[in-house]
Design a protein around this ligand. Structure first.
Ligand code: ADP
Ligand code: MG
Length: 595
């Protein structure tokens, strides 16, 4: 005894038993029910399943994944759950460690029901804690595999401190679906259907199912093949979609969503000053690369990786996002459709409008390959605030101050280098923080008396012959916390104010300069710059495909050409799309029904 501290003799150094080592390794791979599900999903995907059904019973610490994949040959059932056994040495699919089934057998009770094409019937197999096959019997089933893990962590009570949550399990399935859009998915919990996703062509198709509240016209999607890399990128337009958390900045490499902090930073930097403060973008990126360019052996859960040429890939990501952000299609946002709806509700027409008259703001077609903003022609200035501009698919209202602010902001960023002033400018009443801020911006204020400083330098973008203007810009800079906010503040300060009249030519110039910006959708504070009204929504609003008839329709033939709807004591008629071949195709959509 030494002051109450009891000393034990040191034990001799000895190797851990293989049993102990295997247990520790299993615990690393499978640390939760979520991890068990992750491994089973990956196996199903590697078996090239096109249908995957997940069933979870959190209260029983049980999960089952059924797939219609290749199945496991009967001859391999004996070794499938032994440690470090795999059939994936060719490097295809999601990669191998040959540990998952073994770990699941160690930590829970593992059964596999499977049928491979080479076998006449299926098999049901059960395994013990060492991953050895203990029982096998024939089973009737279609091609595929059903793996069940029950009683997970029964012997590891510390891992069972709280019941598994449903949300992370669902997120796991959603991510797997986003990265494998050709698969159909179902998730049940304790028998109740929680999620059902059907196959699509692309990441965007699946994203719209996972986030049904998102309007397709608010997304931009692009698939880019670049050398040996195959990119899929979806982003939410920053003026229409953003999140309070960075939970929808997601990156997948070769079919698996991964933690890539550097890529997260690149994505956030692209959206910097395109979003309101404290908001995050919606960006999902999937990059497929040849397997030899990816090393998954960085983390037992394969949630991190080593990538070949990471800097080159990051730069490609940045460029693709910038290009996608800059693209636009002139499509109406759901917001503008709502606007039309709202104005419809207020319109005089409302008084005589019947509830049957269909006004269905059909969702715009997915915006997938819009190359750039459409050419805009300035038509008029409204309230000295908005520029009304026309383009082939509709018209836009562009807020003049915000558009100019965006133009100025990007100009300022490109021309920030300091220049010497011919006549120094004097600033008075500067606080010590203001002086410090000017110093940090490299503008070197010179003391010139109490609280008074002489300024001899100025960022090129802020140069003006008007000394008062220069003084104002410098004072604005002195009030900002950092370079970014200084650039935003001076961009806003010098931007065209609302209330200023503009000629058509000035408006056109502003529109063209604004369209050349890297991110035309929002001002640097994240406010939307324009509202798009699509011609097809306007047509719908003005019911140009519709005619109203004053009297009941007697000609029975009309019914085969026109869809008739009672409208009070009259009828509304719409061209039937599926009309017979003899039905006259109206040339002029704006005419009324032939009544
Ligand atoms: P790994 O996936 O790294 O190979 P696992 O322990 O997860 O290791 O799986 C071992 C082997 O079991 C796989 O290589 C595969 O051959 C087979 N297997 C597991 N699950 C399935 C499945 N759902 N369908 C077909 N084969 C499977
Ligand atoms: Mg596996």
């Amino acid at each position: 005894m030494l002051g109450g501290l009891q000393l034990f003799p040191m034990l001799k150094i000895q190797p851990l038993s293989p049993e102990r080592v295997a247990q520790m390794a299993a615990g690393e791979v499978i640390d939760s029910l979520e991890a068990a599900l992750r491994e089973l999903l990956e196996n199903a995907l590697d078996a090239q399943a096109s249908r995957i059904q997940v069933e979870i019973w959190p209260s029983r610490w049980q999960v089952r994944v059924a797939d219609n994949g290749q199945g496991i040959p009967a001859s391999e059932l004996e070794q499938v759950a032994r440690r470090h056994t795999t059939s994936k040495l060719d490097g295809r699919g999601l990669g191998f460690r040959g540990e998952a089934l073994h770990s699941l057998a160690r930590l829970g009770s593992l059964t596999i029901q499977t049928r491979h094409a080479a076998d006449a019937h299926g098999w049901l197999a059960a395994y013990d804690r060492q991953g050895e096959l203990t029982h096998r019997q024939p089973a009737a089933m279609a091609l595929g595999t059903v793996v069940t893990v029950a009683d997970l962590f029964a012997d590891w009570p510390l891992r069972r401190r709280s019941l598994p949550q449903t949300r992370p399990l669902l997120t796991l399935v959603q991510n797997a679906a986003l990265a494998h859009p050709w698969v159909s998915w179902q998730v049940r919990q304790e028998g109740q259907l929680l999620l059902s996703l059907w196959p699509g062509q692309s990441l965007q198709d699946l994203l719209l199912q996972v986030l049904p509240q998102v309007d397709p016209s608010d997304l931009r999607y692009r698939r880019i093949r670049e050398g040996d890399g195959d990119w899929e990128l979806v982003l939410g337009l920053p003026d229409r979609l953003h999140r309070p958390r960075p939970d929808w900045i997601r990156v997948a490499i070769n079919g698996r969503f991964v933690q890539m902090p550097e890529w997260q930073r690149v994505i956030q930097s692209v959206f910097q000053h395109a979003l309101p403060r404290h908001r995050y973008p919606l960006v999902v990126v999937h990059l497929r690369l040849p397997p030899e360019q990816v090393d998954w052996n960085r983390h037992p859960a394969k949630s991190e990786l080593y990538l070949q040429d990471p800097e080159i890939r990051q730069e490609q990501l940045r460029q693709h996002l910038h290009a996608l952000l800059q693209s636009g299609s002139g499509q109406a946002s759901r917001r503008s459709v709502h606007l039309i709806r709202a104005s419809e509700a207020k319109s005089v027409y409302e008084a005589s409008r019947q509830p049957h008259l269909p006004f269905n703001p059909a969702p715009a077609a997915p915006a997938c390959s819009a190359p750039s903003l459409p050419p805009l022609k300035a038509l008029a200035q409204l309230h000295r605030i908005y520029i009304l501009a026309e383009h082939p698919q509709g018209l836009w209202l562009v807020e003049q101050h915000l558009a100019h602010e965006r133009v100025r902001y990007e100009y300022i960023q490109r021309h920030w280098q300091p220049v010497e002033l011919e006549t120094p400018v004097m600033l008075q009443g500067l606080s010590p923080q203001a002086v410090e801020q000017l110093e940090q911006l490299g503008l070197e204020p010179e003391p010139f008396g109490p609280n008074t400083y002489l300024m001899r330098r100025l960022p090129l973008a802020l140069w003006s012959e008007d000394l008062e203007e220069v003084q104002g810009s410098l004072l604005e800079l002195s009030r900002c916390a950092d370079l970014e906010s200084a650039q935003v503040a001076v961009a806003c300060r010098g931007a065209l104010r609302n209330g200023i009249p503009l000629t058509l030519e000035q408006m056109q110039q502003l529109l063209e300069a604004w369209q050349r910006t890297a991110n035309p959708h929002t001002c640097p504070h994240g406010r939307p710059v324009y509202l798009a009204l699509a011609e097809k929504d306007l047509a719908r609003y003005f019911r140009r495909r519709w005619g109203i008839c004053d009297r009941p329709i007697s000609d029975p033939k009309l019914g085969s050409w026109w869809e008739l709807e009672p409208l009070g004591d009259r009828f509304a008629a719409q061209v039937r799309c599926s009309s017979s071949a003899s039905a006259p195709e109206p040339r002029d959509e704006t005419r009324s029904a032939p009544l």
